[in-house]
Design a protein around this ligand. Structure first.
Ligand code: SF4
Length: 111
């Protein structure tokens, strides 16, 4: 049986001016808890500057750099605000919301 531990977040990740509470899911058969990160493929979310949020483990897209980097965490477009952060912003212009015309808005990426 797998159930989500909703009492309080395992961790709160701050990225792109937002906070993402991360809860754990407990798998009784494995006797182990796993953090459940947001699924931005299923539920896309954007920062105020129009940049899409991504998780480091999200599968790479056709805009990845270098080619075939495996996941967003290995992509040069992935902007982490802290070293090893799991959630960051994709800085590729073609994936930005078209209504936002600003660029990096002072973001400092720790890639
Ligand atoms: S371009 Fe953006 S969405 Fe595509 S792999 Fe890189 S970070 Fe991920």
């Amino acid at each position: 049986m797998i159930y989500r531990q909703k009492k309080r977040p395992w961790k709160v990740i701050r990225a792109g001016g937002r906070e993402f509470p991360v809860y754990e899911e407990y798998d009784e058969s494995q006797k182990q808890a796993y953090p459940i990160y947001p699924d931005f493929l299923e539920n896309p979310e954007y920062a105020a500057n129009g940049r899409p949020f991504k998780t480091a483990g999200q599968e790479n897209c056709p805009h990845n750099k270098p080619d075939d980097c495996g996941d967003c965490g290995g992509c040069e477009w992935f902007c982490r605000e802290e070293p090893f952060a799991i959630i960051g912003l994709c800085m590729n212009e073609s994936l930005k919301r078209p209504e936002n015309t600003d660029s990096k808005e002072g973001l400092i990426c720790e890639n």
